[in-house]
Design a protein around this ligand. Sequence first.
Ligand code: FAD
Length: 318
Amino acid sequence: MKVTEHIKEANGKTQFSFEILPPLKGQNIQQIFDNIDPLMEFKPPFIDVTYHREEYVYQEQENGLLKKKIVRKRPGTVGICAAIQNRYQVDAIPHILCGGFTKEDTENFLIDLGFLGIDNVMALRGDAVRNETYFTPEGEGHTYASELVSQIQALNNGEYLDAEIQNQSKTDFCIGVAGYPEKHIEAPSLDSDIHFIKKKIASGATYIVTQLFYDNKKYFKFVDKCRKEGITVPIIPGLKPIATKKQLNLIPHRFACELPDDLIMEIVKCNDNKAVRQVGVEWSIAQSKELIEAGVPVLHYYSMGKSDNIRSIAGELF
Ligand code: FAD
């Protein structure tokens, strides 16, 4: 079922969902199930599975020269989606990127998803590869997520890359895209970023999931601005409870979001990670309660591979 249909069916009630990462290469899928199992009692209508493109690492050779080696640390997005749908009978949403995909790769990926009975995809650009300043598309691949959305929408209309197979089997994906309450790191302003989000919607996306944020005022302002620009699709807030002191430095840097001073100081004063986790969970519960009161359609939690704190939060709310 499509995300938009799940939201319609809930009739104004806020639903619970979450995102997981595929395991590191060499690890077992059981660890994914062990994280998902405790969250199923909160009846998520869908579960997102991130996509991780290849990275380039440089290895020194015997002759002293560096050799570029391509590694993919977390393959398996499509397989995990299929396994989730099969095991839990819940919609799994694979993320798909511009980065690392030619248009042909994208089409083949989407064909696989269609065969597996996957109804939703989250269309993203992806970041620049490590050691590179700017994002570069793969060959003739897409530069922006809006172009990727257009390709997915074209396939929904039965338009394949090869003109000879036009108007054959159509897919019917519901397409989600990313939104940034504190603007995307590369965007010169929030207004310009929203301008391009509007382009993703005009290209065929029907819902938005936000980057994580810790100050609800930023989300409310973002939603207001989007509505004023004529973006009417559901805007699902993304939340991640802080779990370690290290994340005080890591999260603002990695996700380009500000941490409120109150939250920072409460965590700074903690003596151990158990106390940090407690502060993180309580902050997230307070944020979630206010968002539920405001009538958000879904609360979407970033599990980052650990579900116990998400379970503590959901247990208070759903
Ligand atoms: P875009 O929408 O293409 O925007 C990228 C930048 O370009 C923005 O600054 C935008 O303002 C600007 N822009 C857009 N269109 C144009 C245009 N036509 N002309 C000029 N500027 C333009 N990354 C992963 O690798 N794997 C994942 O699974 C993943 N999941 C994510 C899930 C969510 C909910 C979010 C919020 C992010 C996720 N990311 C993931 C990170 C994401 O890939 C990065 O934030 C990436 O840098 C931007 O992706 P985007 O889809 O927002 O890009």
